[in-house]
Design a protein around this ligand. Sequence first.
Ligand SMILES: *Cc1c(COP(=O)(O)O)cnc(C)c1O
Length: 486
Amino acid sequence: MTNQSNAIKFYSGEQIPVEQHKVRIVQKLFLRPIEERKAAMEGAGFNTFLLNTKDVFLDMLTDSGTNAMSDNQISSMLQADDAYAGSQSFYRMEEAAREVFGKHYVLPVHQGRAAENIVSQAFIKQGDVIPMNYHFTTTKEHMELNGGKVLEIYADDALDIKSSKKFKGNIDIAKLNAVFEKYGKEKVAFVRMEASTNLIGGQPFSMQNMRDVRAVCDKNDTMMVLDASLIGENAWFIKQREDEFKNAEIKDILLEMCGYADLVYFSSRKVSSTRGGGILTDKNEYYLKMRDLLVLYEGFLTYGGMSVREIEAMAVGLRETCDDTVINQSPSFIKYAVDNLDEAGVPVITPAGALGCHVDAMGFLKHVPQEQYPAGALAAALYIVSGIRGMERGTISSVRDENGKDILADVELLRLAFPRRVFTLSQTMYVIDRVKWLYDNRELIGGLQWVEEPPMLRFFMGRLEPIGDWTEKLVAKFRADFGDSL
Ligand SMILES: *Cc1c(COP(=O)(O)O)cnc(C)c1O
């Protein structure tokens, strides 16, 4: 396979990621004047989740359900077979999932968190612990609802913002052994590995680390679970960064990764550029534990809460995940943004990972205390000055302890997601430009405080307000520098 965008060299020597697709369906975007963007942010309670996309220029909130679909995916939707039970669409998807993930039983669910609900209910007992590289928001919530406790056992330097470490998503094996010694294997529900570890900057784990984790699980007779929502990109990084795999095919890397896990689950909103999700295993015993829950929560075994059209597109999308030019697109654009921002001195997580460019809000806004939510403030400020919608991944996405005090997040990040094959290079350059401008004007940005704070997953629906009049100052400086530009 030589048809890779990062294999194209420019005569000028510049490193430019070249799109390996052409645009055939487009959607018009709107960039409102900054005064309207400020009003929209106020209307959204300084929570980017609550914006209406009619007010958003570049929607970098997430890669969930927003990746571009291919022509083959769209056309497959027309052959969907509407049936409550036994739909041919499901069997086509099942075949693709078996081929790509290498597991026999395929349980369809409506999205990733539905898989987490079922896996948690089936395999976690009150008082269990679940060691993992890092939690994901919905994962942790489902595990705790079922009486489990999440233990994050990443390496001591995995959260370093500036780093040249290739696999910050690795599980620390000494810490994993210590978990088994401390709690005993009966208390360990399973070990969870999350591909392209979402909340620490889309950072991958290595194949060697999977092998090492597998060995510990074997020794303790414990199940290993792989969250494969971002597995394509993790496989891509294994190919790029782990010598043994530099000539391997992505499909073989995926099969080897899944081969180490007893159970694989995924959000199709990410991995196959559709919607939906699934759980896979080879073990009949595990399958039977989950099957009835699936029917109860999701729907019959051959649709799992999904539309059959999505199931058809999923089948095609899963196979396309094995194509280098599909899965390298987002990481190569992210790398372009991260390298440019890093060079300009803007604090971003390095090395570039999957999913998005992660700006370190604590480094960016050193003057804003963590109790005033620097990542949330930065997300709001960037939207106001650019129309770019990112996502807060910091203390607002965390929870309060039993005394009502904020549990401060390990890292305060503004995540700018790069959904696959959605944005162009000039749009990426606009992102870089506006983030740089904001960095040069960072002293103007202040903190946020709650107006309305929901008790669970507060980052989705909560409303905040700025502390002081910093948004007015920001707008005034933008006008002074850019005149009547959008
Ligand atoms: C998005 C995501 C989920 C949840 O999937 P949804 O489809 O959004 O419910 C779970 N795990 C990881 C790693 C994710 O990125």
